[in-house]
Write a protein that binds this ligand. Structure first.
Ligand SMILES: Cc1ncc(C[n+]2csc(CCOP(=O)(O)OP(=O)(O)O)c2C)c(N)n1
Ligand SMILES: [Mg+2]
Length: 355
């Protein structure tokens, strides 16, 4: 299959590169202690984010989860105030009150929430308002696969169908919920689950930007025309782990060093009389080993699932180089200004780079 009609490969690649560079800059800022609390990067989700937001314009709204930076970058949020907000600065987008997990940009309009599943009700609320006040506008909810085990998200699917709302639910399936393998706590098939609510469904590999673009386009067009809400299931990979400093990723980067750090307390705990029967302890070790093996296996798919790498293949090398150079210059300029504005006003956070 060729590229979809209306798909601008160079524009899509540019947007993915911009997202990647901003995410990398914030990951680095976190390691330098400039980001208070946790940072959940959207690295690996660029194909999904760009494929979806390419169809949004005007005041189409977005409800975001904890991996919210990239969709905002994709909608043209101001890089400086966005990054300053993530760093907790009073010069940030929300005067430092929102931080990384509760970013809000009223001009887009878009809002994020750190409570898993809340993008559902938020998007449904936006869609109710859009349908009445601004017919033709859609609302998009971004969420992970684990969020689909949250009741409020399922209630949102139901309400969106019952009220025929112009909303698209985008499930970014990276197979993990922090350190829980989502399949182990999920009944049935997620796409079938969404279909059973009456949502129009599409399923794609999230690293293939052109496929995401095509599928998201079909669902957004129908929603805009009042033909009902949709559900897009897109697979992806989270190369950096759940959040910055994720111990599983540290272990995979440096198995020997981490084993030396983790080994003694684990052996000590296993020897301790407390903490359940010998059988329980053995079962716990078995679960941990299985989880570690899965994380290692998933980690090795990093390159194969990288949407930016895939996007590069859709263009001539000269175009790739040109886009990367100009985006790098733009983002670096913003990062330099933001870092200098933060100066010694760095808020709390984890210093010393524990990645
Ligand atoms: C209601 C609720 N329960 C638990 C958490 C803690 N938590 C934060 S992110 C996360 C994992 C969510 O997994 P998924 O929805 O698949 O998104 P991913 O992190 O994989 O992108 C959890 C359990 C939370 N923030 N909110
Ligand atoms: Mg997940």
């Amino acid at each position: 299959m060729g590229l979809p009609a209306g798909f601008d490969a160079a524009g899509a690649y540019r947007a993915m590169v911009r997202m990647r560079l901003v995410e990398e800059a914030l990951v680095e800022a976190w390691a330098d202690g400039l980001v208070p609390g946790e940072y959940h990067s959207g690295i690996g989700e660029e194909g999904i984010n760009v494929g979806v937001v390419s169809h949004l314009s005007g005041r189409d709204s977005m409800a975001l989860d904890h991996r919210n930076t990239s969709p905002l970058v994709g909608r043209g949020a101001d890089l400086r105030t966005l990054m300053l907000e993530v760093m907790g600065s009073e010069d940030g987008l929300n005067r430092g009150w929102a931080g990384h997990m509760h970013l809000m940009d009223p001009d887009i309009p878009a809002a994020a929430d750190g409570i898993v599943g809340t993008s559902g009700p938020l998007a449904v609320g936006q869609a109710v308002a859009n349908a009445r006040l601004y017919p033709g506008r859609v609302a998009v909810a971004f969420h992970g696969e684990a969020a689909m085990n949250q009741g409020m998200l399922m209630e949102s699917y139901n309400m969106a169908v019952a009220w025929n709302l112009p909303v698209l639910f985008v499930c970014k399936d990276n197979k993990w919920s922090i350190t829980t393998y989502s399949a182990e706590v999920t009944g049935g098939d997620l796409v079938e689950r969404a279909r059973s609510f009456g949502l129009a469904v599409e399923q794609v590999g999230g690293n293939r930007i052109e496929d995401v673009y095509r599928a998201a386009g079909r669902l957004i067009t129908r929603a805009r025309r009042g033909k009902g809400p949709g559900f897009l299931h897109a697979s992806c990979h989270r190369p950096g782990g759940h959040f910055e400093g994720d111990p599983i990723v540290r272990l995979l980067h440096n198995p020997r060093g981490q084993a030396e750090e983790w080994g003694p307390p684990m052996i000590q705990n296993a020897r301790a009389k407390t903490g359940g029967s010998r059988g329980d302890q053995l079962a716990a070790v078995k679960v941990l080993t299985k989880r570690g093996a899965r994380a290692a296996r998933d980690y090795t798919v990093r390159a194969r699932m990288d949407p930016v790498r895939h996007g590069r293949r859709l263009l001539e090398q000269a175009a790739v180089d040109r886009i990367e150079a100009s985006e790098r210059q733009d983002v670096e300029q913003a990062v330099t200004e933001v870092r200098s504005a933060m100066g010694s006003r760095a808020t709390f956070g984890v210093s010393g780079g524990t990645r």
